[in-house]
Design a protein around this ligand. Structure first.
Ligand SMILES: *[C@@H]1O[C@H](CO)[C@@H](O)[C@H](O)[C@H]1NC(C)=O
Ligand SMILES: *[C@@H]1O[C@H](CO)[C@@H](O)[C@H](O)[C@H]1NC(C)=O
Ligand SMILES: *[C@@H]1O[C@H](CO)[C@@H](O)[C@H](O)[C@H]1NC(C)=O
Ligand SMILES: *[C@@H]1O[C@H](CO)[C@@H](O)[C@H](O)[C@H]1NC(C)=O
Ligand SMILES: *[C@@H]1O[C@H](CO)[C@@H](O)[C@H](O)[C@H]1NC(C)=O
Ligand SMILES: *[C@@H]1O[C@H](CO)[C@@H](O)[C@H](O)[C@H]1NC(C)=O
Ligand SMILES: *[C@@H]1O[C@H](CO)[C@@H](O)[C@H](O)[C@H]1NC(C)=O
Ligand SMILES: *[C@@H]1O[C@H](CO)[C@@H](O)[C@H](O)[C@H]1NC(C)=O
Ligand SMILES: [Ca+2]
Length: 529
């Protein structure tokens, strides 16, 4: 077993301080089955501890049906421990710690998504496969709806920050008791709401993690909810003359590519720098007598509004525009002619506490009101990361440039906000905070380009730090190897088993990819400038 641990760490080129205390699988299994009485942790009640052998397709029968698959394949031997942790007299989190037999000494916290109260089982499985003692919690409620927030500020507080933070404290203690020694380094992995949770940790609890991977962060949360909610007020329902049917969006996307794909030097369906694209849909307006594959002037106006920033009454920008290139995904998800579930739930259950609130009425005064309530500072917009910097925390921030759910243009705004708040140019932020823009990448995973960077299952092609954001932050924290770029992979037809189509390096902000010439599928044909 010791040999196996050494081999494992050699594979990653990283030294492990800890040696595994369990010298045989039987010891490990016995330790797991006798752990419960030893777990005397404040506010925590242990629900179960079970040994899960490698290869198990774990049944999670009590998982809320809205949370997704109640099955999770576990690649390695683990001890799975479930606890309930009270966060107040009327709130609490349901949490799991997955402790691998082949422990590297590292600890990993995971986040959530949307408004959900769902333990992120795929992230737990990913963490243990890489040898982390990995924890995840349900964010204080069960299921994907925000209904649990209604007149329940303690539950809302768990959602905003307390679930992740509480789970770190409890999880580190469980880890220490189980292995008989504390973890060496502590990491975080999350995307979307999980990205926001990662930044919340960096902003307010810098002692929790040594390395943070935060993807597509849902920060500036209240404005994000308004931005998302505004789409329905622009399109109206699917019978309105302002509505643009799903069938027309591929045409619009093609027109975006026609105007903007070549701006990076290669017409490959991928916008390396969507910032440069100022799309004009008026060329698609129907000419006299034309009725198909074209837009009415009203619909063209809808398209322009949907792709414009959220502004306040005085015209100042509250939240940036959706980046061009993600039209088809956004149409399926946001331009449906129905109120999106997230803004609807957020306004009903957390801002107005009024089940009769009408999403069609959303306007400037609501944007302002949501910002004034800003429950438990969910905005997550603190620009001063000095505490994290001083503690030596490393932050790896990424955002897909085809994200249809949370525009990637919010991420540079935050980066610049940190830069100006701290008075540090990018060359100095580089010491602890690096941001990568992933071209051809949708929301967290997926997308038309080289979107696979090890951010979560199934977007995992390699454990090499150059191609894996989690192992990149580990290499940065433990070996001082700070990432200059992240190499993404595109699989043939988007399917891993079909092999690699191409790889492309994603640049560290503020650099962007420029084509030098040659084969566009060769990473060396591009340069970060
Ligand atoms: C796990 O088991 C469920 C239920 O039998 C099945 O639907 C699913 O395909 C299995 N997953 C894998 C990867 O085998
Ligand atoms: C530990 O890791 C090694 C090498 O990766 C592997 O061969 C072995 O099966 C693992 N052992 C357990 C108990 O998971
Ligand atoms: C969430 O579900 C778990 C597992 O079924 C249960 O133990 C817990 O009490 C539930 N929590 C809430 C707030 O309903
Ligand atoms: C499951 O989640 C849904 C949506 O969040 C919620 O309405 C429901 O009460 C949950 N079910 C249980 C058993 O907690
Ligand atoms: C709704 O409840 C939240 C706390 O749960 C509170 O912050 C907010 O001010 C309330 N809104 C109104 C309009 O009372
Ligand atoms: C329009 O919306 C209604 C109600 O939301 C839905 O039932 C119907 O299928 C939609 N029609 C189209 C063409 O999408
Ligand atoms: C916004 O809508 C509310 C009703 O939903 C209305 O009272 C208010 O006047 C509107 N504000 C603006 C600026 O249009
Ligand atoms: C990719 O998909 C296309 C159409 O779906 C198919 O024709 C082609 O054979 C696939 N290629 C591979 C390598 O699977
Ligand atoms: Ca291009």
């Amino acid at each position: 077993m010791k040999l196996a641990v050494a081999t494992f760490s050699a594979l990653f080129g990283i030294a492990c301080a800890n040696e595994n205390p369990y010298s045989s699988p039987n010891d490990f299994q016995a330790a797991c089955s006798s752990i419960i009485p030893k777990l005397n942790i404040e506010h925590a009640t242990v629900q179960f501890a079970e040994y899960v052998p490698a290869g198990t397709n774990l049944s999670i029968s009590d998982r809320n049906v809205t949370c997704g698959s109640p099955w999770q394949v576990v690649a390695v031997d683990i001890c799975r421990i479930g606890v309930h942790v009270a966060t107040s007299t009327c709130s609490g989190i349901v949490s799991e710690a997955w402790l691998p037999a082949n422990w590297t000494g590292r600890f990993l916290g995971t986040g959530n998504g949307g408004l959900n109260g769902c333990i992120n089982y795929p992230d737990l499985a990913y963490g243990v496969e890489l040898g982390f003692a990995t924890v995840g919690a349900n964010n204080g409620h069960n299921g994907t709806s925000g209904g649990a927030f209604f007149n329940s500020p303690e539950v809302l507080e768990d959602f905003v920050y307390r679930s992740v933070h509480t789970n770190v404290i409890t999880g580190k203690e469980i880890t220490r008791i189980f292995y008989g020694e504390p973890h060496t380094k502590s990491y975080y992995l999350g995307c979307s709401t999980g990205g926001r949770q990662g930044f919340k940790e960096a902003q307010d609890f810098p002692e929790d993690f040594d390395g943070i991977v935060a993807g597509a962060p849902a920060f500036d949360w209240n404005d994000l909810m308004s931005w998302t909610g505004r789409f329905y007020t622009i399109t109206g329902d699917n019978t309105s003359d302002t509505f643009v049917p799903q069938t027309l969006w591929p045409l619009i996307h093609e027109d975006v590519l026609k105007q903007c794909d070549g701006l990076d030097g290669v017409e490959d369906g991928i916008l390396e720098n969507p910032k440069l694209c100022n799309y004009d849909s008026t060329g698609l307006i129907c000419s006299a007598g034309e009725t198909e594959n074209c837009l009415t002037p009203t619909q063209s106006n809808t398209v322009q509004q949907l792709l414009s920033p959220l502004t306040s009454e005085d015209g100042s920008v509250l939240y940036p525009r959706l980046q061009p290139g993600s039209e088809i995904g956004a149409a399926a998800r946001q331009f449906t002619g129905e109120p999106g579930p997230y803004p609807y739930d957020w306004y009903r259950w957390a801002i107005y506490n009024d089940s009769t609130w009408d999403p069609a009425s959303l306007n400037y005064s609501d944007y302002d009101f949501a910002n004034s309530v800003n429950p438990f500072n969910i905005a997550t917009w603190k620009g001063d990361l000095s505490d994290a910097k001083d503690r030596g925390v490393k932050i790896l921030h990424y955002h897909g440039l085809e994200d249809p759910a949370i525009t990637s243009e919010i991420s540079p705004v935050y980066y610049e906000h940190v830069s100006s708040t701290m008075g540090l140019p990018p060359s100095e932020l580089d010491a602890f905070y690096r941001f990568f823009q992933l071209s051809g990448t949708a929301h967290c995973t997926g997308g038309a380009g080289a979107s696979v960077v090890g951010q979560r299952y199934p977007a995992v092609g390699s454990f090499d730090p150059k191609e894996n954001v989690l192992m990149a932050v580990v290499d940065w924290v433990e070996n001082g190897n700070a990432p200059e770029y992240i190499t993404g992979t595109k699989w043939v037809n988007g399917t891993k088993s079909s092999g690699v189509d191409y790889k492309r390096r994603h640049c560290k902000y503020p650099k962007t990819n420029h084509f030098k010439g040659g084969d566009a599928k060769n990473p060396d044909s591009w340069e970060c400038e």
